[in-house]
Design a protein around this ligand. Sequence first.
Ligand SMILES: [Cu+2]
Length: 170
Amino acid sequence: MKIVSPILKFAIFSAAILSIACSQQDAPQPEAAAGDKHVATETTEASSPAVMPRTASPEGASVFFISPADGDTVASPVSIEFGIEGMSVVKAGDKQPHSGHHHLLVDTDLPDFGLPIPADEHHIHFGDGSTSTEITLEPGTHTLRMLLGDHLHIPHDSPIMSDPITITVK
Ligand SMILES: [Cu+2]
C-alpha cells in the first residue's frame, strides 16, 4: 500500500496534465491550426462556421488578370480573362490537390478568408471552371480583384488572389 499511493498520485497528476493539454487543443485556434491542413480538412462537417478548415496552396501559386489591365478604359459588357499559375482550375466541389475555381470581386473589399466566399453581385463565382467572362458594369470607375476558392468556395491558405485593378467603363 505504501508503494501504490505515490504511483496513484502520479497517475492522477499525469491525467490532469493530459486533460489540460487536450482541452487546449480543442479550443478554436485558426492561426495555430493552419499548419495542420490535412487533419483539419477531415473535420469539415463538424466545424463551426467561424473556423472553416482551409486548403493549403503551393508556394508561388498566383492568379492574375490577363485582361483588362489596370487603368484600362473599356466598354460594357466588360470582357475579362483570368490567368493562373502553379494551380489548376477545376469545378466547384472538385477536391483535387492544388486546384480551385475563380471568383471575381467587384467593387468590394476582401472577404473573410475563414468562410466560403459570399455569392452576390460583388462576389461572382465561376464554379463551372470557366477562365473568362463578360460582366455588365455601370459607366464609371470599378475595382476588380480575383480570388481563388477551394472545392467549398473557401480561400486557400495562403490565399491565391490578384492585386486589385481599377478600370473605367465608358
Ligand atoms: Cu465559388
